[in-house]
Design a binder for this molecule. Structure first.
Ligand SMILES: *[C@@H]1O[C@H](CO)[C@@H](O)[C@H](O)[C@H]1NC(C)=O
Ligand SMILES: *[C@@H]1O[C@H](CO)[C@@H](O)[C@H](O)[C@H]1NC(C)=O
Ligand SMILES: *[C@@H]1O[C@H](CO)[C@@H](O)[C@H](O)[C@H]1NC(C)=O
Length: 134
């Protein structure tokens, strides 16, 4: 009974949340999403401090959504502005649209579009990926 419950809970967690492994995300950003390699340590830092690598993370109070904590102010929630998406579009397990939005924010404001950057991710973050094999 307890065993079955454990399995059930495990299945539910797997079904409803995707937590990225740090190096897997770094590799996906480079090879799948074509993020420039020199930016990757900082994106890893932002995802780590922002969402703890959880694609479903949502912070309604501060207004930051998804793996990369896309700011609601300007960028989501109003389809006529920013990334043309609802904030809920950025809290599913599919990160292609998150990355597209992140690229747009970066083009507009650089890493300065993220408070997390100023708080935690300024400077060299190379150590965050030094053990990853690309
Ligand atoms: C955030 O707001 C949405 C929409 O109102 C709601 O569905 C969701 O449960 C809220 N999430 C949290 C963590 O409070
Ligand atoms: C969306 O943005 C437009 C343009 O800034 C504004 O006129 C409209 O009221 C906003 N809608 C919502 C639901 O916030
Ligand atoms: C956002 O999510 C809605 C509902 O799932 C979907 O219809 C829409 O196409 C999505 N928008 C983007 C930009 O992905």
């Amino acid at each position: 009974m307890l065993f079955n419950l454990t399995i059930l809970i495990t299945v539910l967690v797997i079904a409803y949340s995707k937590i990225y492994e740090r190096c897997d995300l770094a590799k996906d950003l480079l090879h799948v999403h074509h993020i420039p390699s020199e930016q990757i340590p900082t994106w890893i830092c932002i995802a780590s401090h922002g969402s703890n690598f959880d694609t479903r993370d949502e912070k309604n109070v501060t207004g930051e959504y998804g793996l990369f904590q896309i700011p609601r102010k300007i960028w989501c929630g109003n389809v006529t502005i920013g990334c043309n998406a609802l904030c809920s579009n950025f809290t599913d397990d599919e990160i292609e649209d998150d990355v597209e939005c992140v690229k747009k924010i970066y083009k507009n404001s650089g890493f300065g579009g993220w408070n997390i950057y100023y708080q935690h991710c300024k400077g060299n973050q190379e150590n965050l990926i030094k053990d990853c094999h690309f």
